[in-house]
Design a protein around this ligand. Sequence first.
Ligand SMILES: CC(C)(COP(=O)(O)OP(=O)(O)OC[C@H]1O[C@@H](n2cnc3c(N)ncnc32)[C@H](O)[C@@H]1OP(=O)(O)O)[C@@H](O)C(=O)NCCC(=O)NCCS
Length: 330
Amino acid sequence: MPSPIQILPLSWVSAEKALSWHAVMAASLKHDLPDRPPTPKQVHARLTAARPDSRRLLWLAAEPDGSVTGVAGLRLFTPRGQEHLAELELHVRPDRRRRGVGSQLLAQAVFAAQVENRRSVFTGVADAGPGDAFCAARGFLRVLTSLHLSLDLSAADDSAADAARPGYELASWTGTVPDGLADTFAAAKAAVNDMPTGEQRRDAGQVPADRGDILLVVAALHGKAVAGYTEIVIRADENRRAQQRETAVVPEHRGRGLGLWLKAAMVRRLRTDHPGIAEIETDHAEDDVHLCVVNRRLGFRPHRRSHEYRLSVRPAGSAPPDEEGLHDDS
Ligand SMILES: CC(C)(COP(=O)(O)OP(=O)(O)OC[C@H]1O[C@@H](n2cnc3c(N)ncnc32)[C@H](O)[C@@H]1OP(=O)(O)O)[C@@H](O)C(=O)NCCC(=O)NCCS
């Protein structure tokens, strides 16, 4: 028997609505990430931040008494070549699961994806959590398994930062890339942009400064060209953990140990400039052998897995806003 809930679009996120969202999300995440609950402030900032690469559609599932039992967000990517993609976030309060709330929110999100001409919706779920069974039941295909690792900075081995890399030198900056490196940094990003794997989180926050986050970059320069880079974000409201963002080496500069060199230099920079940071968190594809080796050399330890699922979406007009809108990729 479906739950008598209403799915309400959330076009303006007031502080009160953000609190409702946070309550559902925190309760939902508690099982899989007990030591990492997001703060209400972080949730509010994430839901309201304007981003240059995407926009968000949000929904709440409300019971007749107004209490919120589920939330869903769809991030619609805007850069050229990504206009067919949408990222789904979906949470149902643990005490209200298996009553169809998740399916109703998903149907609404898929309908919106159709209207927005999105062909593919992807989402991430924790290993061995209910999201796995839900995605399988609703026609998603598992496309990637990621390993989540953390590095205790007090025990990290940054000795690789001392190794000589003839022909290369290190450059560091905080926030926006310096003018003189802007073009070559953009070219390096473009050169690695089609990487199927890598230490590359989609929620990388291209505008960290807008959210009060601090973006640290260490780059390897070959002459005046960026040959590789590694990025770390220290989130606003966070004074213990730093998040790894992209680490990439331009194809013609690979095989020279630049990845380890860059990351070791970043560890050293964090130790010197941000001594309060005790840990770096990262994730990468489980089968990315190169990153596994680099991260283990630095002392990263894996602590969980997650899976990325993808759902193909039919064009608008071919299905009503119910579960018929879903079909698998086969
Ligand atoms: C995944 C989640 C959103 C499902 O919400 P829900 O309201 O329980 O989902 P539904 O009741 O609509 O379930 C639909 C179907 O999914 C499958 N399913 C959902 N949870 C399941 C579980 N724990 N075990 C086995 N099958 C499950 C079942 O086939 C279910 O149909 P049934 O109850 O008729 O057997 C919820 O468990 C959750 O918030 N999990 C944590 C966050 C997460 O993983 N989000 C997924 C992103 S897509």
